[in-house]
Write a protein that binds this ligand. Structure first.
Ligand code: GLN
Length: 265
């Protein structure tokens, strides 16, 4: 008798409100890389129609970027039991990627260029502020070295070399970290605020980042880390993933390193 196939449920936060700059590509990449390994994948939207119990069943959380207006709508919906369930999932170690507007919502608050401060879930000890309408946005390709533990060590063991992440950022808000690990150290670009050299944040198994790209197709090892971490959480045993042919992704990465004059690792 065949063993039961492995299965993962990807919960996609507010797909119609939060998916700027191709963040949907993260979900496609994750699903495809899992299915290529024979893992069954279900993608469910987590939005205004979702009950908190559905959030409970999710194995990987994905949240994309959004403009200030959409962030406000999301935060009005993401309250009470829904917010609490999301908080519990992240605390329990559910892996996920939260991009740009999404981590701003997981912090204490986001102050938009115009209008009221938007209160966040306060799960990540960070705050984000837009310096005002006249202030330049942080736009461009971003390259950073992950430093957060144990993610950086896991990735180095997986790649057998120091990992480097490539993305594309476009944000007006600046993020300032409190008592939370940065995701990485900026090599090229702005990162959290263009001042302190940090990029993103890492808490439990949740990756908060300003990197669109989309992030996962450009850095497929991160998708594999998410899949592996989710399987380990769900089945309580380490599952090794068959390697895939990432020649094209590798070539795209080398082209970007060259264009940005970053020494390829
Ligand atoms: N509204 C946020 C900002 O401009 C997030 C933008 C985004 O998600 N790309 O900082």
């Amino acid at each position: 008798m065949n063993p039961q196939p492995l299965e993962l449920i990807i919960g996609w936060l507010y797909p119609t409100l939060m998916s700027t700059y191709g963040d949907r590509g993260n979900v496609i990449c994750l699903q495809q890389r899992a299915e290529w390994r024979g893992i069954r994948v279900q993608v469910i939207p987590l939005d205004q129609q979702t009950a908190a119990t559905q959030i409970q069943n999710v194995d990987i959380l994905m949240g994309g970027g959004a403009q200030d207006r959409q962030q406000e709508i999301v935060m009005r919906d993401l309250r009470g039991i829904k917010a609490e369930t999301l908080r519990e999932k992240i605390e329990a170690g559910t892996p996920g990627v939260f991009t740009c507007g999404a981590p701003q919502l997981l912090g204490h608050y986001y102050e938009p260029a115009l209008g009221q401060r938007i209160e966040g879930l306060g799960l990540f000890d960070l705050v984000s502020k837009h310096p005002g309408q006249g202030a330049p946005r942080c736009i461009g390709n971003v390259v950073f070295e992950p430093t957060a533990s144990p993610l950086a060590q896991d990735l180095e063991a997986m790649l057998v070399k120091k990992p480097v992440i490539i993305g594309f950022e476009n944000h007006g808000g600046r993020t300032y970290l409190g008592n939370v690990q940065p995701l990485g150290r900026v090599i090229k670009g702005y990162g959290n605020n263009g001042e302190d050299g940090t990029e993103g944040a890492f808490y439990r198994n949740a990756i908060a980042t300003y990197s669109h790209g989309p992030l996962l197709p450009k850095n497929p090892f991160l998708a594999d880390w998410l899949i592996q971490t989710a399987l380990k959480q769900k089945y309580q045993t380490a599952v090794s993933l068959e390697p895939l042919d990432d020649t094209l992704a590798g070539q795209a990465r080398q082209a970007m390193f060259k264009r940005l004059a970053v020494t390829a690792p």
